[in-house]
Design a protein around this ligand. Structure first.
Ligand code: GLN
Length: 394
């Protein structure tokens, strides 16, 4: 038989989606793969019903419907604080996943180096391999997830083509400060490097933290390829509507990559989501409040269960330290947690390049009642762990 492409030998299946499968098999509360169990805004779902009768049902313009690009440019102009041309500086993609892949393929030649902060959202490793680029990992050190400036400078000295910046960060919940972003941007300018951002949690930032767009820093729009999506903002992760905002000469090329990869995002969904983009500013303010409340509810539960964690500032994830329970693999621990405690998490090692085995990731984008039930179960963790032989083995 002919062999499968060697590209694939370097990555495994997604650990996040594997945990969802195991969770479903055992009927656990799934706090592994991050997606809400509550509904999108009514305005959007009502529009979708109407579109079923009225269309559109055929291909849209490959880089996104005119109306969607215009509405998005208007909203992003307000939040990013920069002028965006809907015809020349936006591509609508199938989720931020495609946006990131397209960005990498647009700027990277095989063997180009790309800086990736570790821990990182698992797709970036695969994106780098698929586009032929070679990642240089720079650690975000637990428990504060700060980077060492010298380590970042040394990574830039290797002349990378791009740096990937997930802000607010999945899986850490870190929101990069202005000072950190300025430090990164100065290096990007000095070493003539692109910044590819993943900003899907741009509207999920807990007070007093604020999301600062890399594109909005002085001299950075020119070299920033801002990827994001509407998945998290409107609780529509299954719709797969993402976008890239970047200068014209980059977008021109990204449009070509996107066209040949997917032709375009789903036309009826592009039409329905317009209703989301016309929601008032109060929607985004309430979203922040909603997630701040959910974070606080979940963290209080973790405190009560006696679990140690790093307090998230944004996104909807929390990294929990399991070192007091086991020194064996976090993968085994997560499987035990699903089967014995009835809650699913993602083993932290799937996000780290370094050998880190003592962290697991929960997400809290769930109804309060789901979180309360998860907490109830997590409160049994300590006792169950103390009775379980292999957990205590040294
Ligand atoms: N971004 C979500 C997470 O990190 C969903 C990942 C996925 O399945 N694409 O859990």
């Amino acid at each position: 038989m002919p062999e499968i492409s060697s590209r694939l030998s370097n990555f495994t299946e997604s650990v996040i989606r594997k945990m969802t499968r195991i969770s479903n098999k055992y009927g656990a509360i799934n706090l592994s793969q991050g997606f809400p169990d509550f509904d999108p805004p009514k305005e959007i779902t009502e529009a979708l019903k109407k579109i079923a009768d009225d269309g559109p049902h055929q291909y849209e313009v490959t880089w996104g419907s005119q109306k969607l690009r215009e509405a998005l440019a208007k909203k992003q102009r307000k939040y990013m604080g920069i002028d965006i041309d809907p015809d020349k500086e936006i591509v609508i993609t199938c989720g931020s996943t495609e946006a990131m892949m397209v960005s990498m393929m647009t700027v990277c030649n095989p063997k180009d180096k790309v800086i990736v902060f570790s821990p990182f959202y698992e797709n970036y490793g695969a994106d780098a391999i698929l586009s032929g680029a070679e990642p240089i990992y720079v650690p975000l050190k637990p428990p504060t997830f700060e980077f060492d400036k010298e380590e970042l400078i040394n990574a830039f000295k290797q002349k990378p083509k791009a740096i990937i910046l997930c802000n607010p960060s999945n899986p850490t919940g870190k929101v990069f400060s202005l000072e950190e972003l300025q430090f990164i941007s100065e290096l990007a300018k000095e070493y003539d490097t692109f910044v590819i951002t993943d900003e899907v949690y741009e509207h999920i930032v807990m007070k007093p933290y604020e999301h600062i767009y890399m594109s909005s820093l002085p001299g950075m729009f020119e070299r920033t390829i801002a990827c994001s999506s509407l998945s998290k903002t409107y609780a529509i992760t299954g719709w797969r509507i993402g976008y890239i905002i970047a200068p014209e000469h980059i977008i021109q090329n990204a449009k070509k990559v996107h066209d040949f990869l997917t032709v375009g995002a789903a036309a009826p969904l592009q039409a329905a989501v317009l209703e989301g983009l016309s929601l008032p500013d109060s929607y985004y303010e309430e979203l922040r409040e909603l997630y701040t409340r959910k974070r606080d509810l979940f963290l209080k539960g973790l405190d009560e269960a006696g679990l140690k964690y790093t307090k998230p500032e944004g996104a909807y994830y929390v990294m929990v330290d399991i070192s007091e329970f086991t020194n064996r693999s976090d993968n085994e621990f997560c499987e035990w947690l699903i089967k014995e405690v009835g809650v699913a998490a993602v083993p932290g090692s799937s996000f780290f390049k370094e050998d880190v085995n003592n962290l697991i990731r929960f997400h809290f984008a769930k109804k309060d009642e789901t979180l309360i039930e998860a907490i109830k179960r997590l409160k049994t963790l300590k006792e169950k762990a103390s009775k379980s032989q292999w957990l205590k083995e040294k």
